[in-house]
Design a protein around this ligand. Structure first.
Ligand code: BYC
Length: 329
């Protein structure tokens, strides 16, 4: 598959005969499915690709808490509030595992977070859309965590050991999130009023296309895929994962009794997959450039949280120092 991508003019991937002996040995390990660990030799570009991807992934988990945090005070019952708070805490945990995995590559957490706050580092486009009703909490769990799982299940087999291991736990928690989101929507559709059913359809109409964009640009426009597939950082391409997500999500959509905002969505028996309409890539690129509906608000909230919490970190460091001195005395 990645050979096909190379032909379409994306980033050049070295053939074995172009590689130095170290690079060749490295590629042979990758091809033999031997995990790369933090202390192993690795090409600098492999390290940088992982730092880029893992830091963006960690930022996505942390920024991903914000659209949901918006609904904690307005959850419709105590049970829903507790579930939502537990989910948000899980996302914080995912961010922390991922920052730790990133640090094993020699990256500095504060530096990478500073890049997020200055608008230099990306995070998932999906979190730049607003969450307007309680049904959005269901739709985020079902569609956004659902898309995240499809992408992350394959990352459990990524070639870098610390990233692969972080993914195992993250996937378990994400599948729980997906089911709780779907259950919110099912309850609204089966036991709710017409107004609540309308809210569910409206949430799906707004989040359907942004969820499909989470998988990134189509393969022929994905500059990083070819090299990441060759290094087995990515195990399946953006388009393959997007198709898998659609195929598994449409039956769930039908069970809900809802529709997708895509007149071209149709089962294709010959391909054994659903066909779907064109994604608005202009919108995607605008959002990842920082011009989505909520980009500025999201980054400002994160910056404020770090600045507002500085005194807590300073106090913790001062306390640790005091304890150290006491123990030394
Ligand atoms: N949003 O060459 P490509 C979650 C960027 S779920 C923003 O295909 P790559 C959560 C891409 O970074 C979400 N930017 O790149 C769920 C690249 O830009 P740079 C997090 C995007 O890396 C529920 C450029 O476009 N999941 O956290 O090979 C609740 C070209 O793309 C997006 C992950 O991060 C996007 N959607 O493939 C709470 C999974 N798509 O860096 C939280 C790990 C592409 O060259 N990441 N870009 O300037 C991946 O699997 C891959 O990085 C991607 C992109 C498939 C996302």
């Amino acid at each position: 598959m990645y050979a096909q991508l190379v032909e379409t003019g994306v980033k050049h991937v070295k053939a074995l005969e172009e590689m130095s002996p170290e690079e060749r040995h490295f590629q042979e390990k990758i091809d033999a499915e031997i995990k790369i660990e933090a202390k192993n030799w690795m090409p600098e570009a492999y390290r940088q690709t992982l730092i880029r991807q893992i830091s963006q992934h960690a930022h996505s988990e942390i920024v991903g808490m914000l659209p949901e945090g918006n609904w904690v005070t307005r959850a419709p019952s105590l049970k829903r509030k507790l579930q939502l708070m537990a989910k948000i805490q899980d996302e914080a945990g995912h961010g922390l595992y991922l920052y730790s995995a990133m640090e094993t590559l020699g990256a500095d957490r504060d530096d990478e977070i500073a890049k997020l706050h200055s608008g230099k580092a990306k995070y998932s486009s999906i979190f730049n859309y607003p969450t307007l009703s309680w049904a959005d909490m269901g739709a985020v769990g079902w569609l956004v965590d659902g898309a995240a799982i499809v992408n992350q299940v394959v990352l459990q087999r990524t070639s870098y050991g610390p990233y692969a291991r972080a993914m195992v736990r993250i996937c378990k928690e994400e599948s729980f999130h997906q089911r709780q989101g779907y259950e919110i929507l099912l309850t609204m559709m089966r036991q709710g009023t017409q107004a609540q059913r309308d809210m569910v359809q409206d949430a799906i109409n707004r989040l359907w296309w942004p969820a499909l964009m989470m998988f990134g640009p189509s393969d022929e426009h994905s500059p990083n895929s070819a090299q990441s597939m060759a290094w087995k950082i990515k195990r399946q391409t953006n388009d393959e994962l997007r198709q898998r997500f659609i195929d598994q999500t449409v039956p769930q959509l039908e069970l809900l009794g809802c529709t997708a905002p895509d007149p071209h969505l149709k089962w294709n028996a010959e391909r054994g997959h659903y066909d779907f309409g064109d994604i608005q890539w202009d919108e995607f690129y605008e959002v990842i450039k920082g011009n989505g509906p909520c980009n500025q608000e999201r980054v400002a909230t994160r910056r404020q949280a770090i600045e507002g919490g500085a005194w807590v970190r300073e106090a913790a460091v001062a306390y640790a120092r005091k304890q150290q001195n006491k123990n030394a005395a």
